[in-house]
Ligand binder design. Structure first.
Ligand code: BES
Ligand code: MN
Ligand code: ZN
Length: 498
């Protein structure tokens, strides 16, 4: 797919379809006005007939508009100004892309001026347009015998004025990179557990290292992890035939001596619950339990593509959680890499067990900040539903930076408290800490568990259990969240350091 910025006259642009906005109460936007003038009032005549009112996401496809070179004009409802928030902006772009795909157009040009969103920032408008149009091009067919028909669309352009073009070019490049990162994360999430194993994730990370000179990947196998003392991580994979992996990716875009930002992803490639077996209903969706890892790998992809001038280390703790004769049992006690002992009262609280050792491991990189991303708790879905990523942090300024990045990226997060009062729920009679804290505040006590291993650095935990995928039925599939938030966070760090 070629993405391009166009600065010529839209009336004479050669494309299969120009997409122009109609505001609420059938008002012409500037680009629609240009086309209306070129066609001597053809568009306003149609508006006067009432065929389109300009509600968000409404469309009307016109063929051979007089005086306009493009084969077609797609009128696209944008709604009233106050309706043009991120959610509608995205809905409007999806509506246009649905038409573009259904019509099997080879090319299309968005001519939405800068009025499709009430966000005053042109960079963000163009980036979101690119990201969200790009997202509509993703299709999963890897494990279908009938592959999806190749896309007809090969060229997607965005029309801007000449003085906007420099910013728009950057925005589009960033948008393409982020959209590729999101697609990478979705694909890894959607692949089934019998294909996307810990070893498969490791191979994908190694592949990224081969693709970019700026990325270097290394893998620790079980023997190497045992040698280091990562017995808590290893205990999760005991019942599995699939060997656990610790995946370490270095992206070097900053000075050699600059402290890296570290991302740690939960990579449970299938979570049966282990001996504390999950109920059967919708258990297939536990193939998505590696979406934290997928978002980390997708973000590394985007960061390398953008060439951000910072250092980033991404670590994935990958294992499969299975019941078996040699699986970890409730009551078993393991020693973590930190030396602390953990009583595993429930083998289904396994994410924190792999993460805690990874979080200790990364101390060696002297991190500037550490973010871990995990589909960690069902309780997170009860607290925040499917809208927001939960953020818990040992540093409020860091939490605020993440919430802000989420706002900017339209990939929102919400903070939950990490007060000391919750810590005692993890007391154990037999070990330093228990791996569960009872039913109250399940997302918070999971973060409390992790906080015992992150005292050495500024750290935030992102629980994406509610947002990483859509459940059930036709919508079932990975979302690629929170790749946009993570990219934005790292871009903001890069901008700060400049
Ligand atoms: N991967 C699950 C959390 C999860 C469940 C995410 C459903 C999304 C949808 C995690 O490993 C888990 O099983 N957590 C337990 C923890 C409990 C045993 C303390 C949970 O949330 O029930
Ligand atoms: Mn579990
Ligand atoms: Zn899990």
């Amino acid at each position: 797919m070629d993405f391009e910025i166009f600065t010529g006259s839209i009336a004479t642009a050669t494309t299969d379809c120009i997409i122009a906005g109609i505001a609420a109460d059938n008002q012409l936007t500037p680009s629609a006005e240009v086309l209306n003038k070129a066609s001597k009032g053809y568009i306003s005549d149609i508006l006067n007939e009432g065929d389109i009112q300009g509600k968000p996401g409404e469309t009307l496809l016109l063929h051979r508009v007089p005086g306009v070179t493009a084969k077609r004009v797609l009128l696209l409802g944008l709604g009233a100004e106050k309706e043009r928030h991120d959610r509608n902006h995205r809905k409007v772009i999806k509506a246009a892309m649905d038409k573009v795909k259904a019509g099997r157009f080879n090319s299309a040009m968005f001519a939405l001026d800068d009025v499709a969103s009430h966000d005053p920032d042109l960079y963000r408008q163009v980036r979101h347009l690119t990201e969200w149009a790009g997202a509509e091009l993703y299709r999963y067919d890897e494990t279908k015998s009938q592959k999806a028909e190749p896309l007809a669309l090969t060229n997607l352009s965005i029309a801007v004025t000449a003085d906007q073009s420099e910013v728009a070019e950057f925005a589009m490049q960033d948008g393409v990179a982020i959209s590729n990162g999101v697609s990478t994360a979705r694909e890894l999430g959607n692949l089934p557990g019998n294909i996307c194993t810990p070893a498969y994730l490791a191979d994908q990370a190694l592949e990224l290292g081969r693709e970019y000179d700026s990325v270097e990947t290394s893998i620790l196998d079980e023997a190497e992890m045992a040698e280091l003392g990562m017995h808590c991580l290893l205990s999760v994979g005991n019942g599995s035939e699939q060997p656990s992996k610790l995946i370490v990716m270095h992206y070097r875009g900053g000075e050699a001596n600059e402290q890296p930002h570290v991302l740690v992803g939960k990579g449970i490639t299938f979570d049966t619950g282990g001996i504390s077996l999950k109920p059967g209903a919708a258990m297939d969706e536990m193939k998505f339990d590696m979406c934290g890892a997928a978002s980390v790998i997708g973000t590394m992809n985007a960061v390398a593509e953008m060439g951000l001038p910072i250092n980033v280390v991404a670590v994935v703790a990958a294992a499969e959680n299975m019941p078996a004769g040699n699986a970890t049992k409730p009551g078993d006690i393991v020693t973590t890499l930190s030396g602390k002992t953990v009583e595993i009262l429930n083998t289904d609280a396994e994410g924190r067990l792999v993460l805690c050792d990874a979080l200790t491991y990364i101390e060696r990189f002297n991190p500037a900040t550490v973010l871990d991303i995990a589909t960690l708790t069902g309780a997170c879905i009860i607290a925040l539903g499917h809208q927001a990523t939960a953020v818990l942090a040992n540093d409020d300024a860091l939490a605020r930076e993440i919430l802000e990045a989420g706002e900017q990226a339209a990939d929102r997060a919400w903070q939950l408290p990490l007060w000391d009062e919750y810590q005692e729920q993890l007391d154990s009679n037999f070990a330093d800490i228990a791996n569960i804290g009872g039913r109250p505040a399940g997302t918070i006590t999971a973060a409390c568990f992790l906080s015992r291993f992150t005292e050495e650095y500024r750290w935030a935990h992102l629980d994406i259990a509610g947002v990483a995928w859509a459940s059930g039925g036709k919508a079932k599939g990975a979302s690629g969240r929170c790749v946009p938030l993570l990219c934005q966070y790292l871009m903001n760090q890069a901008a700060e350091e400049e």
